[in-house]
Ligand binder design. Sequence first.
Ligand code: HEC
Length: 135
Amino acid sequence: MKQCSTSLRPLAASALAALLAGPAIAAEGNWRVGRIHYRMVCTACHVETTGESIAPSTRTKAEWTKYLAADQHAANGQANPSLRYYVSQEYRASIKDTNKAAAKFIDMPDEEMFANLAAFVIHGAQDSDTPAGCQ
Ligand code: HEC
C-alpha cells in the first residue's frame, strides 16, 4: 500500500490543474495546497479524535460538492459544526504553535484556503481519475 506523506512539498502554482478542475467550486483552488491542509489539519484531528481518517475517495464528486456547499461539518456535535471554521485563519491561528501546515499558511485568506480544500477533495473523489484513498 502507498505510504501517506505528510511532508510539505514545494508549492508550484498549478494554473493548468485549476483550469481543468471542472466543478465551479473547485475552479480557482490549488489542490496541492488543499491536500496539505486536509492531511495535516483535517486528518490529524480525525485520527486523534476518532482513530480514523476520512479519505476523499469515500465520497463522489457530487457528494463532496453538496457537503462543501452545506457547510455542516459533522452532525453529532463532537466537533465545530461549521466546516469553514476548520479552514479559517481563526482556526489556523489557534493551532499554529503545534501544527506546521497551519503556521505555514497562516496568511492565506479563508476563501482561498476553502477553494484549495474543495479542489483537493474533488480531485481525490471516488469517481475522479485520481482517487485519494490515503488520508
Ligand atoms: C478539531 C477536530 C476536527 C477538525 C480540525 C476537523 N474535523 Fe472533521 N470530524 C471531526 C470529528 C470528531 C468527526 C466525527 C464525529 C462526528 O460525526 O461528529 C468529524 C467528521 C467529519 C466528516 C464526516 C461527517 C459526516 O457527517 O459524515 C467529514 C467529511 C469531515 N469531518 C471533514 C473535515 C474536513 C474537510 C476538515 C478540515 C477542513 C475537518 N473535518 C476538520 C473532527 C474534526
